[in-house]
Design a protein around this ligand. Structure first.
Ligand SMILES: *Cc1c(COP(=O)(O)O)cnc(C)c1O
Length: 462
């Protein structure tokens, strides 16, 4: 039987096929807007693909190109404005291929040195955007969820190190009602409890409501409280909590101050909105997802810490088989010491290459473009008689409603546009003065989305 690691004509042909696909795909600025089919339908279309003898690379790739990829949504489609879409640069996508081909283990400097070096340059840029003090640094993670978990674990371990009594307590975290679902999920992972503070129209975590909440805690709960998670751009509406107010309270109360800026963090590079993040420089930890608005391919998140020692106290894994990595001879930065994952892909490499190629100024321009699209969409909405803004745009998120529509109408509109391959725009909910309403939502990431795309989508609601 031929070895599957052999370099032969089949391998060469497959390589050319795949490179050709990659070139075509990254040059395609408006890929077909695919939609899912049921698994049993797909199975009927492609048959068994994993068999004892294998079906051959050509056949498997053909099935992928002809059937399977069309049953998925390309996140970089310019009229994909749902959830948080993405738009990786061509440089970053290609370097994702290089990252795989280079086969580097990204856990420890001993084996990953040159690659980790590149990640660290990209990280320096992220850190510089936050304005956090010297000594601040971070690592790339699989995403915002892993970054938030890494931060919360670090915070919890630090809190427990302060007082032996804390070791027996279930921790308590305060966050806003607009916080991402992963904050609640990750609190569950570490068996901590969450209080969501929400007593203003904007659902913002402010100094005032945080102070009030803490004051109202029982003595027992106050003792359990160890962290506050503020959001730097809520996923639903792009709302930024009162970061400087929250920072002040955290400092006074000796609480860990985490800022989840997974989606919004990119806007730190946008001068037009940078002031909204004032106070982030006082954070103990910050989450930013380059795979959202920093044009990296999936998956790439980042966690940044003011005090890296606290992160390594919480995360550094110990094992006889790992000792060699910590040896003098291997001295260098070990990303695995600062987050929950051991073996890791060098997922910051595509961002590094794209930053190195294009320069950070182009990132600023591309991020400002998302903000410009949101502001333009708001203007268009104001001028049309059948739609209205629910609130002013928050970063690149625009919530708006179609007069007279029910939740069912929004759902139907979403499916009709998706089915025809025209656009993917989904409804969301917003609680305002009149209670909870269903509305439509744009989230702009892709700088190639045009004002005309927005116009046509709005007209589809007529
Ligand atoms: C998307 C998002 C997350 C989760 O990030 P993943 O990369 O999907 O794990 C966390 N927080 C916020 C604010 C987000 O927008």
């Amino acid at each position: 039987m031929k070895s599957m690691h052999a370099v032969d004509m089949d391998t060469i042909e497959m390589t050319l096929d795949i490179m050709k696909y990659a070139i075509n795909r990254i040059s395609n600025t408006s890929p077909e807007l695919g939609k899912p089919k049921q698994e049993k339908e797909l199975l009927k279309l492609v048959g068994d693909t994993v068999t004892k003898e294998g079906i051959g690379g050509e056949k498997a790739f053909q099935l992928f190109k002809d059937v399977l990829v069309k049953a998925a949504v390309p996140v970089d489609h310019p009229r994909h404005l749902a959830f948080v879409p993405a738009a990786p640069t061509r440089a970053a996508v290609l370097f994702d291929l290089v990252t795989s081909a280079a086969s580097i283990h990204g856990a420890y400097w001993m084996t990953g040195g040159g690659g980790i070096f590149c990640e660290n340059r990209a990280m320096e840029w992220l850190v510089s955007l936050t304005g956090m003090p010297e000594g601040t640094f971070g690592v790339f993670t699989s995403g915002g969820t892993a970054a938030n978990l890494s931060a919360i674990v670090t915070a919890r371990e630090y809190w427990r190190s302060l007082d032996d009594e804390n070791k027996a307590l279930k921790g308590l975290i305060i966050t806003s009602s607009g916080a991402h679902s992963s904050v609640k999920s990750m609190a569950q992972v570490i068996d901590a409890e969450i209080i969501t503070v929400d007593n203003n129209d904007e659902h913002k975590l402010t100094q005032e409501c945080l102070e009030k909440e803490i004051k109202g805690l029982s003595e027992f709960d106050r003792k359990r409280l160890f962290a506050v998670v503020a959001t730097g751009g809520t996923t639903n509406a792009g709302i930024i909590d009162d970061l400087s107010g929250v920072a002040e309270v955290c400092e006074r109360e000796n609480l860990w101050f985490h800022v989840d800026a997974a989606y919004g963090g990119a806007a730190l590079a946008a001068p037009s909105v940078r002031h909204l993040f004032n106070g982030i420089e006082k954070a103990d930890s910050v989450t930013i997802d380059p795979h959202k608005w920093m044009f990296s391919p999936y998956d790439c998140g980042a966690i940044i810490y003011k005090n890296m020692d606290l992160a390594s106290n919480a995360h550094s894994q110990k094992g006889a088989y790992l000792d060699i990595f910590k040896d003098e001879g291997a001295q260098g930065f070990n990303p695995s010491d600062y987050q929950i994952q051991l073996t890791r892909r060098l997922r910051g490499l595509p961002l590094w290459y794209s930053l190195a190629m294009h320069g950070t100024d182009r990132y600023t321009v591309a991020i400002e473009r998302g903000l410009e699209l949101a502001n333009n969409a708001a203007k268009q909405i104001e001028q049309l008689p059948f739609v209205e803004l629910v609130r002013e745009p928050g970063l690149s998120c625009v919530l708006f409603s179609r007069l007279g529509w029910t939740a069912e109408d929004y759902r139907e509109w979403t499916y009709t546009n998706h089915d025809s391959g025209f656009a993917l725009v989904t409804p969301t909910k917003w609680t305002g003065k009149d209670g909870e309403i269903t509305c439509a939502r744009f989230c702009f990431i892709n700088p190639d989305t045009t004002e005309k795309d927005v116009k046509e989508i709005l007209e589809s609601m007529k």
